[in-house]
Design a protein around this ligand. Sequence first.
Ligand code: SF4
Length: 344
Amino acid sequence: MIQNASTQDAHSVTPSKLWNDLANKVLEGYRLTENDGLSILQCPDDEILELLAAAFRVRRKYFGKTVQLYFLMNAKSGLCPEDCSYCSQSKDATSEIPKYNILSRDKLLDGARVASERGSKTYCIVISARGPTEREMNAVETIVPEIKQTYDLKICACLGLLDAQQAERLKDCGVDRVNHNLNTSQDFYSEICSTHTHEDRIQTLEHVRDAGLEMCSGGIIGMGEEDLDVVRLALELRELAVDSIPLNFLIPIEGTALPPSEKLTPRYCLKALALYRLANPRCELRIAGGRELHLGSMQCLGLYAANSIFVGDYLTTEGQPPDADYKMIEEMGFEVTRHEEIVT
Ligand code: SF4
C-alpha cells in the first residue's frame, strides 16, 4: 500500500517522489490494489498537484496532449420503466424534462452534422430504456450507415440492456462502440436501482465484447457510496478491459431521489480522475456529467488525468458552451483529435 507522504517520515519521501514512483510502477505494468486506490482518494489536498503530475505522465504516454470530444444525442427522452435513483428519466423521477419517443431520421442525422462541425470524434446515440424495442433497433440500424457515409464519426450506441443478437445487429450496422455504465460497485448497486442488477449490466457488456464492439462503461460518483466503492468500480472496469470510461459526478436534478453530495469537492473529483487514470492507464478517460458543476474553475486540471470530454449538453442538463471548451483546451496547449493514436 502507498502511504501518503504525510504519514511517512517527512525526510524519507516527498509527495513528488511518492506519486512519481507510483507513475513509474504503473508505466512498468503495475496494477493498482484497493489500498493504493484508497490512498489516492484520501491523499491530503496539498498533494493534488504531485498526484496529477503522476497521472499526467501516464496519460501523456498513451494519449499525448490530445483531447477527444464526444457529442451526446438524447435520442429518446424520459419514459423509462427503470428506477435508477440518480436519473431524471426514471419512472420515479418527477423532474421536468422533455419526454419524447425515438427521434426521426432527420433529427438523428442533423445531430451527427452538429457533432461533426464541433470536431467530435464520436457521436453518441442514447435512449432512455431498459433495453431497445424493435422499432428503436430499426431506427439505429437505419441511421448509422447513413451517418457513417456522410461524416467522419465513430458511433457509440447507448440503448440499455442488450441481448447477444441485439449486440451483433449493432455491430453489423456499423456501430463502433456501446456504452453501458456500471455506475457503481457491485456492493452498492442495489442502493441506486432495484429494477435491474449489476450482474445484468455486466452481462450486456459481455454481449458487447463478444459481438466485437468496443466497450464503454463508467460510473457516477457522489451517490452516497463509500470511497471503497469508487475504487472497486475503477478496478472492476480494468478487469473487464473496457476501452473507454466516462466518469460522471452526480448532478442532483430536482425531482430525482438523490440529494447533493457533500464529498464532491473539486479536489475530490480530481483525485478520482487520477485514480481512474492510474488504474486504467491505456483507457480513454472522459470527464462526463458534472464537469462544470463540480470541477468549476479546476476543470482544466482534470484534463491532466482524463483525455476526453463531452462537448455540448448532457442528456437532460446543459454543458458549458463549446467555445469555452475549445478555449480551455487551447490555453492548456492541448489539441483536439479525432484519431485513436496512442503515443508510445
Ligand atoms: S435505465 Fe437509463 S434512462 Fe432508465 S432510469 Fe436507468 S439510467 Fe435512466
